[in-house]
Ligand binder design. Structure first.
Ligand SMILES: [Zn+2]
Length: 124
């Protein structure tokens, strides 16, 4: 299911959106000194990752959507599985998930944003 050529492949493996070969970020999400730092160009296909200054500000919207999705998934899980957690418990749970997951969500939102504008090419 997760093959090269699918946007999900690039997103989940943090690979270049165009060639799905080169790395997108310079380090892992939890390397706090280099958090969110990405290469200027793909090391494999040489595509420029930032199309213009401030290009990745738009990733904020993606990050916001991921946060909302986590809340909705938690709320629906509580309802479907009949866990009977209070709204306060749900909010605390989501708060912890979002706090611990912030670096990963930050990376995820940037790669998703890049994938909205850069498309996979077999021959580049
Ligand atoms: Zn590439």
């Amino acid at each position: 299911m997760l093959k090269k050529g699918a946007k999900l492949y690039s997103i989940l493996k943090f690979k270049c959106p165009q060639c799905h070969e080169g790395e997108f970020f310079t380090s892992s999400a939890y390397n706090f000194k280099k958090i969110g730092e990405l290469y200027k160009h793909c090391l494999n296909c040489k595509i420029k990752f930032s199309k213009e200054p401030g290009f990745y500000f738009g990733a904020m919207y993606v990050s916001y959507a991921i946060g909302i999705a986590i809340f909705v998934a938690t709320y629906l899980s509580n309802w479907i599985l009949d866990l009977q957690a209070s709204m306060l418990q749900i909010l605390i749970f989501v708060g912890v998930i979002l706090t611990v997951g912030t670096p990963y969500i930050f990376h995820l939102s940037k790669i998703i944003w890049a994938n909205l504008f850069i498309h996979y090419k077999v021959n580049y």
